[in-house]
Design a protein around this ligand. Structure first.
Ligand code: UD1
Length: 421
């Protein structure tokens, strides 16, 4: 195991290239199971999560080659059982369920593992597949799905207690593209990653309308063909670098981004006083002219403020004078970063789903524990601002979802190194 040692107090300046989206790549890799033809996916980030997905595809029988961001998949002959050992390592492995059911009319997938951010049910995924005519059984930690008569399109509402489901919408969409007739999904997730998956499927020959909205119409087709696709930029990696620029930057430019996908993040930063400017595919953050102001944000489904940026904004709030508040509505227990930030001197009061944060003059370096992907990113950001040295243990959480985060930050001027635990 590795830890990250961050020497706080340096200023960041320069340009950083944003990688392809992790959360787009994972379901898109799974979608290659829908065809026997060759699929080429470009800008797949080099992460442990994308590596797991490649291993799952191989275990299912697909031939997969991977070189410098390009993954080529040929899923000519595949089987329906996803292996427990791989599935338990990553929650997103659940999204092989939709394509396997779509193509083979059956699937056996272990209940998934992944980030520990509260209770993470998959009832909406299963409800969607049942609507399409599949039978679902839970046995011995496995989800067994069968649809011996094939899948049939219908109208369904996938809205849950906490709003729409991103991977659930993807799963149902991937099953419905090969179902008989028309499927209408109400309450679909409108996240850019769902839209990217829909674009991938449309290039394969699927008939999908309404991607990127909460109302999707999918007309089933008999078969799909090969495709060459480039995944969208990672808006959460981009947002994380914007917060780094806010916390300790003297001008940080993100390259290869889609500014529209970052609107809620950049609006929140601008309202705090940071100077934000964009071009077609760059966003630049400059320090605030006057001391930045506290902010009050609530996480929501897209286009609202993303839950995957909540922890990083908690870190930012610790460095801004006055009171900020952060309300989490998607994963109300997602506050594992709070006790660790407190170890660094943060002043945070947690009240149910809301963190009230009063900025402190300075955070101080401390040994801290990474607990999930975005919580870990928040600790790195806080460490950049802290006085002294911070050791972040369990670095593997960061390597799940950020491509070379430490190297990219070092290119901007940060001082940090990896060491063995
Ligand atoms: C995806 C993202 C994750 C992000 C999340 C919300 C990937 C690989 N991961 O996760 O980074 O934080 O979207 O934007 O894309 N829910 C149910 N029943 C279900 C499914 C979900 O109640 O069957 C609830 C969840 O517990 C949560 C909410 O719905 O409260 C949203 O979860 P969901 O959108 O499904 O998250 P993921 O797709 O797993």
């Amino acid at each position: 195991m590795q830890k990250l040692i961050v020497h706080g107090g340096t200023r960041l300046r320069g340009k950083v290239n944003i990688s392809g989206s992790k959360n787009s790549s994972l379901p898109i890799l799974a979608a290659t199971l829908l065809t026997k033809d060759d699929c080429i996916i470009r800008r797949v980030p080099d992460l442990s999560d994308t590596n797991y997905m490649v291993q799952i595809l191989r275990a299912l029988g697909a031939e997969v080659e991977r070189a410098s961001g390009v993954v080529q998949v040929k899923a000519e002959k595949i089987k329906a059982d996803a292996p427990y050992d791989l599935v338990r390592k990553m929650r997103a492995s659940i999204c092989v369920m939709g394509p396997l059911t779509g193509r083979l009319h059956k699937a056996t997938v272990s209940m998934p593992g992944g980030c520990v951010i509260g209770d993470r049910p998959v009832d909406l995924h299963l409800k969607g597949l049942e609507y399409l005519g599949a039978n679902v059984k839970m046995e011995g930690g496995n989800i067994d799905i069968s649809a011996s008569k094939g899948l049939k399109g219908t109208t369904m509402n996938l809205l849950g207690k906490f709003g729409s489901t991103v991977l659930g919408t993807g799963n149902v969409m991937m099953a419905a593209v090969l179902a008989k007739g028309t499927t209408i999904i109400e309450g679909a997730a409108a996240e850019p990653e769902v839209e990217d998956l829909a674009h991938f499927l449309i290039k394969m020959g699927a008939k999908i309308e309404g991607a990127g909205t909460t109302h999707m119409i999918i007309e089933g087709v008999k078969e799909l063909h090969g495709v060459d696709h480039t995944v969208i930029p990672d808006r959460i990696e981009a947002g994380t670098f914007l917060v780094a620029g806010a916390i300790c930057g003297d001008g940080v430019m993100l390259r290869r981004v889609i500014p529209a996908h970052l609107k809620n993040i950049t609006d929140t930063l601008a309202a705090s006083g940071y100077e934000i400017s964009s071009t077609k595919d760059t966003v630049t953050i400059m320090p605030a002219g006057a001391p930045p102001k506290g902010f009050h944000l609530t996480t929501r489904t897209y286009p609202g403020f993303p839950t995957d940026m909540q922890a990083q904004f908690c870190a930012l709030a610790c460095t801004i004078p006055g009171l900020s508040s952060v309300k989490e509505t998607i994963f109300p227990q997602r506050f594992m970063h709070v006790p660790e930030l407190k170890r660094m001197g943060a002043n945070i009061e947690l009240d149910g789903d809301t963190a009230r944060i009063t900025g402190v003059d300075s955070l101080s370096g401390a040994p801290v524990m990474a607990s999930d992907l975005r919580a870990s990113a928040a600790l790195v950001l806080a460490a950049l601002n802290a006085k002294g040295t911070t050791e972040i243990h369990r670095l593997y959480h960061i390597d799940r979802g950020y491509e070379h985060l430490d190297e990219k930050l070092a290119l901007l001027g940060a001082e940090m190194e990896r060491a063995k635990e």
